[in-house]
Design a protein around this ligand. Structure first.
Ligand code: BGC
Length: 897
């Protein structure tokens, strides 16, 4: 068995019709006769997409019981896993699990399976594989081998010392034998680039992710086996300021030689240090690089460093060292500029055609000492010159000073910008279009979702949402990527979380982020508006602090992650108890931001009280999940009290409104079903406000916007939600697109001046989850987790003739693509292996309905027709034919008169 890089989680292209028909035909074919033994003995396909702690072959696992995940490759409908077996071994060749053999475990689960073998040790490569049995007891082949490497598990495993201040650090060492295995563990603050024998280790940039350094410092683990060799070696690290705003390195290179001996190279005062060509670096202001100061060969053995002083021992950060177990920030894409213009002599402006986070790669040739200046902006003035006003105080300016050695190619390491336009001045000669390339840089979470529809503005919306979302993932979810902020504002983070989960594989990223939140919590239970905490207050506005319970809860709902609730239960309880301590008669009267950037702003108290209720309810539910039944009862009771207080405080029986009757005020009350029979007016008031007062436009800020679309759909007004979604005049998402947005704006208003008006601010993208849930119809079935039960309920509204969406869940792909003509509706559905689905096909006034699946009749004369594989039944209820299925791919066609 040789370790193989497990397949990355990717959306499979949807099968064409013909293929689907073939699968249907195959599943319908009679069971093979005993003679057809080949197919039968082959058994179900082996499990695929093996992951450990949500990651493919992770390096640096540092928890005692990492969790395993796989996807069953079965294509047979309605199949379920009846059992599995996992083996974990230190020997990739061995078939038995010397570390863990789970034995055959009767269970349908293929996600969140915790390791339960021997104690894991530091710095070891573990290999694992899994096989599964299906419902009929057929055994699959073993999966391909996956692996995980443990990090340095105990503080005492770290033998080195923190060194730093200068930005280039190097060390040579010699190995007296052939190398069997080598691992580098590195915590390099603010940012580092690690090179071994002249080559960069790994593909991380702007690493490690930003944390509260006095609480937790992330280290990365690299397999550098191919980099080190017998004889002379050099390890070299460049450091940048990053968010740490200083330079500090802790490194350990553990080498095992073939003769069984081990060599540890660690950071200490025996290293040499000097300041290299980077003479300024700041996240906001840019990087300056003088190529004349390069010292070629400094990252290789044999370099003469006798003039370099010894590295300085420094006090490192106080935080515990913790493995970075999430996708690192990487250069994810390279963008070719659309065009170059020259608004003034010697000033060249490149249009990348897309607003994104990253930097520019420069290609230039010219005299030594030429200072090429690159400046970045989201906007241009009418005369074509760069408009940097939205960056506020961020300088966003890089310099490259040529060494004068033919063609020179350079890109910065320790800064990033949010931009669409690059201005080049000081260029030797006239640049060409290929003098500049855009480098798209963000946390490299896998894109796992897709959404498309027959209405163009919705496709545009999906595009600006996903560009905005991914370019605001920089180790933490940021508010914006360009101006002097880029903070982990928690209100923005909680509002976009569901959208992000549908579009990207956020599991490992959020696992880290909720730890980041815990890191800022104080003994009173208070958390902060931004995490790590730089801007904003402690305590956080309740609509911001709610990111802690809500993101934990979304992880439980979407990924079936119970561990996150166990791990954070105490923190969540402390947080809720803090809120409770500030409540007055069951409501929270304090608020910092309320429904932020609303057009019609409601009182902050109703927003805070809504989240107080929400958080208490989530805590009660979390208590049930982790088995704290007494707490569950306690918080259920508290929730009921808050509900009464909320209605007493905010409902106005004279108007029928909550608070001031703004869209957000009524939406919040209705979204959590706070009204009792006595507060019956709010729904009608909300509907009238949207339709008659605002001609189907929103006046909500980020809080109301998160809930209003889903509320409308839940209450049977998907048509209205759609009307809002496809508007192109102010205020609407379409208005942003019509005005050239390539990422979401911070404000509904079009502003381009020096005030707060970022043009890449993902928070209004919360509507992204509504696109999936309502229009593509992809939902968790109520009360279920991890997509074990899927509710496919597409809203076929107004002039929309088709929509499709798919997302990769922990159990496999969920997809729905529907289209319709006057008298027929076609719905293609993918349900993960082992899951169940209810597929709701609206009748849309069609009569004498017949439904077929893959050509076979399943509904006729108002009755379900038994027989199609994987389909459990169908009923006609609430204006729709509701079909129950098991896992598999299905093509339903509903027709009639
Ligand atoms: C940020 C927002 C954030 C807000 C809080 C702004 O400066 O950019 O996105 O949520 O402050 O009030």
């Amino acid at each position: 068995m040789t370790p193989s890089a497990g397949p990355r989680l990717r959306i499979r292209p949807s099968l064409g019709l013909a293929a689907l028909a073939m699968i249907a035909a195959l599943t319908l074919a009679p069971a093979p006769a005993p003679a057809a033994a080949a197919a039968e003995s082959a058994g179900p396909p082996a499990p695929v997409s093996l992951r450990c702690e949500y990651l493919v072959n992770p390096m640096g696992i540092d928890m005692p019981k990492p969790r395993f995940f796989w996807v069953n490759g079965h294509t047979e409908r309605g199949q379920v896993q009846s059992a599995y077996q996992i083996v974990v071994s230190t020997d990739p060749q061995a078939d038995a699990g010397d570390i863990w053999d789970s034995g055959k475990i009767a269970s349908p689960r293929s996600a969140q399976i915790a390791f339960a073998g021997k104690t894991l040790e530091s710095g070891i490569s573990y290999f694992w594989k899994v096989r599964a049995w299906d419902r009929d007891g057929r055994e699959s082949a073993w999966s391909a081998i996956a692996r995980f490497d443990t990090g340095l598990l105990a503080k005492s495993d770290w033998k080195g010392a923190w060194i730093g201040r200068k930005n280039q650090l190097r060390k040579e060492f010699s190995l007296k034998g052939r190398v069997k295995r080598a691992r580098a563990y590195i915590a390099g603050l603010g940012y580092y680039e690690l090179r071994v024998n002249g080559r960069k280790a790994g593909n991380h940039v702007l690493d490690p992710a930003w944390t509260t350094y006095d609480k937790r410092v992330l280290y990365a683990t690299y397999d550098v086996t191919p980099f080190v060799r017998e004889g002379a070696n050099a390890v070299a690290v460049t450091l940048g300021n990053g968010w740490y705003k200083s330079r500090a390195l802790l490194l350990q290179l553990n080498v095992e030689l073939e003769d069984g001996s081990a060599v540890n190279v660690v950071s200490d005062a025996s290293w040499k240090a000097a300041d290299g060509p980077i003479f300024a670096d700041s996240i906001y202001d840019g990087e300056s690089y003088d190529a004349r100061r390069e010292t070629p060969g400094w990252d290789r053995p044999g370099f003469d460093d006798k003039d370099w002083p010894a590295a300085e021992a420094i006090d490192g950060p106080k935080g515990v060292l913790s493995a970075q177990l999430m996708p690192a920030i990487q250069v994810v894409d390279t963008v070719v500029p659309l065009k170059m213009t020259s608004p003034l002599p010697g000033v060249y402006v490149f249009d990348m055609g897309q607003n994104f986070s990253g930097w520019a790669r420069l290609r230039a040739e010219g005299p030594r000492g030429t200072d090429v200046r690159l400046r970045f902006s989201e906007l241009l003035y009418e005369n074509g010159a760069l408009n940097q006003e939205t960056l506020r105080s961020a300088q966003a300016e890089d310099h490259y000073i040529l060494k004068g050695a033919g063609e020179e190619i350079w890109e910065p390491r320790f800064t990033y910008h949010g931009f669409r336009y690059v201005e080049v001045t000081g260029f030797p000669g006239t640049p060409r279009l290929d003098s500049i390339r855009g480098r798209v840089v963000h946390s490299a979470v896998d894109p796992i979702g897709s959404f498309a529809a027959s209405k163009d503005v919705l496709n545009g919306l999906q595009r600006i949402i996903t560009w905005g979302q991914k370019t605001n993932l920089h180790g933490i979810p940021t508010d914006c990527d360009q101006r002097d902020e880029r903070m982990g504002w928690m209100g923005d983070a909680q509002g976009t979380a569901e959208e992000a989960i549908m579009n990207f594989d956020m599991a490992a990223f959020y696992t880290n982020f909720v730890r980041d939140i815990r890191d800022v919590q104080d003994e009173k239970g208070r958390i902060t508006d931004t995490v790590p905490h730089i801007w904003g207050s402690r305590p956080a506005d309740p609509a911001w602090g709610t990111a802690y319970p809500l993101i934990c809860w979304y992880m439980y709902q979407y990924y079936g992650d119970t561990r996150v609730l166990e791990e954070h239960y105490d923190g969540l309880k402390k947080y809720v108890e803090f809120l409770k301590g500030t409540a007055e008669n069951g409501v929270l009267k304090w608020s910092h931001y309320g429904d932020w950037v609303a057009i019609e702003k409601c009182p902050g108290a109703i927003v805070s009280s809504f989240y107080y209720y929400y958080d208490v309810k989530v805590l009660a539910d979390a208590a049930r999940v982790v088995g704290k039944t007494a707490d569950a009862a306690l918080y259920d009771k508290l929730a009921a009290e808050i509900r009464t207080a909320f209605n007493r405080e905010f409902y106005d029986p004279k108007t029928g409104d909550y608070a001031d009757g703004t869209q957000t005020a009524n939406t919040l009350a209705l979204f959590l079903e706070l009204p009792t029979e006595k507060q019956g007016g709010a729904w009608g008031r909300l509907f009238d406000n949207i339709v008659y007062k605002h001609n189907s436009h929103l006046t909500t800020g980020i809080i109301g916007t998160k809930y209003i679309m889903e509320l409308l759909t839940r209450n049977g007004s998907s048509d209205l939600a759609y009307d809002i979604a496809v508007k192109t005049d102010y205020p609407s998402w379409g208005y942003m697109i019509a005005n050239g947005a390539t990422t979401l704006w911070e404000l509904w208003q079009r502003r381009e001046g020096p005030s707060m008006n970022s043009h890449n601010h993902p928070m209004f993208g919360s509507v992204g989850s509504w696109l999936y849930k309502a229009l593509a119809g992809i939902n968790l079935a109520p009360g279920t987790t991890g997509f074990e039960k899927v509710l496919i309920a597409p809203q076929m509204v107004r002039d929309l003739t088709h929509a499709s969406g798919s997302t990769m869940t922990v159990r496999g792909e969920v997809a729905c693509a529907w289209s319709r003509t006057e008298r027929s509706i076609r719905v293609e559905v993918t349900v993960p292996f082992g899951s169940e689905a209810e597929v709701v096909i609206p009748k849309l006034g069609i009569r004498d309905i017949k439904v077929s699946e893959g050509g076979q009749k399943i509904w006729e004369a108002d009755r379900f027709v038994v027989g199609a594989a994987g389909i459990g039944g169908a009923v006609d209820k609430d204006g729709a034919i509701r079909i129950t299925t098991g896992g598999g791919r299905y093509v339903f066609v509903l027709e009639g008169n």
